[in-house]
Design a protein around this ligand. Structure first.
Ligand SMILES: C[S@@+](CC[C@H](N)C(=O)[O-])C[C@H]1O[C@@H](n2cnc3c(N)ncnc32)[C@H](O)[C@@H]1O
Length: 278
């Protein structure tokens, strides 16, 4: 069988399984299994595959056809220009979360010695991306999940980023008053009875990273309140939220005393990020 045969067959197989991006997934998985780039697939189209190579491809294809996310099979995911290690038990970074980094890049000065904290850091994608931009910043990152903390440490080492990572429940965290220039977070914000969450996400990704009580608002509200005390006057809070949570959250932030509240849309035009100043 040639590489082209395997690519075509895999694409069709994924399509028949109703997976959302069959061709892209097939290319990513085959290039990883064969240890070549996606471009090389097309350059080696007519190359016959050895049995050993086919076996590696089959293993990847079998996992994906069961709905396992490509990023868990590959072991990494690109985010804001860097590759982050990912593993089951820790949320895969999402492209819409990159808007958080974009917004902060626009608001803060990259030469300032800022104090930044990332609440619920997961793989470390937000905090570490920020550290790579704001080189002089002191970046702290916190997560209640041991797996997330371990992975953030691994990613920090891989990206050569000096940050302080804490294994702690944010609910029990005492933050220094008026210390931070930025509190950033992508907290769990999905309502427990949300019917729109895909079955594959529910099956493979950690529920404690996704779901929150009080119709998804619990951590958004609680961490925004905690952040208010911890921010310096003029400091920023920046959080990701659900597409339908902007109105209620704006009211909550305003009640807490935040000003200059802005809502930023993602590429699909959904309200996605909320930014406010103390
Ligand atoms: C939506 S994920 C975001 C992960 C990462 N920041 C990202 O954007 O991909 C939320 C994270 O919050 C963490 N988390 C949930 N409850 C927490 C708590 N009480 N204290 C600290 N972290 C918590 C989860 O373990 C998870 O890693």
């Amino acid at each position: 069988m040639t590489l082209k045969d395997v690519l075509d067959k895999t694409t069709l197989f994924f399509k028949n399984k109703n997976l959302p991006s069959p061709r892209l997934d097939a290319e990513l998985l085959l290039s990883d299994a064969l240890n070549i780039s996606r471009m090389e697939i097309y350059l080696k189209f007519d190359a016959p595959l050895k049995e050993q190579e086919l076996e590696k491809c089959r293993e990847h294809v079998r996992r994906r056809s069961g709905g396992e996310p490509v990023a868990y099979i590959l072991g990494y995911k690109g985010f804001y220009g860097h590759d982050f290690f990912v593993e089951p038990g820790v949320l895969i970074p999402r492209p819409e979360t990159e808007f958080i980094v974009d917004e902060i890049k626009n608001k803060l000065n990259k030469d300032d010695a800022l104090n930044i904290i990332d609440l619920g850091c997961g793989s470390g994608c937000i905090g570490l991306s920020l550290k790579k931009i704001f080189h002089r910043a002191q970046v702290e990152m916190v997560d209640v999940s041991e797996a997330a903390v371990r992975l953030s440490e691994k990613n920090a080492k891989n990206l050569n980023a000096e940050v302080h990572i804490l294994h702690k429940d944010v609910e029990k965290l005492e933050l220094q008053t008026e210390h931070y220039d930025l509190v950033v977070s992508n907290p769990p914000y999905i309502a427990k009875d949300d019917k729109d969450v895909s079955e594959h996400v529910k099956e493979y990704e950690p529920h404690e990273a996704l779901f929150a009580e009080e119709d998804g608002y619990y951590f958004l509200n609680s961490w925004a309140e905690k952040a208010f005390h911890a921010l310096k006057p003029g400091g920023y809070l920046c959080m990701e939220m659900g597409y339908n949570q902007a109105k209620e959250l704006k009211t909550k932030l305003s009640d807490l005393g935040y000003k200059n509240i802005e809502v930023i849309k993602d590429l699909a035009s959904f309200d996605r990020v909320i930014l406010a100043q103390k």
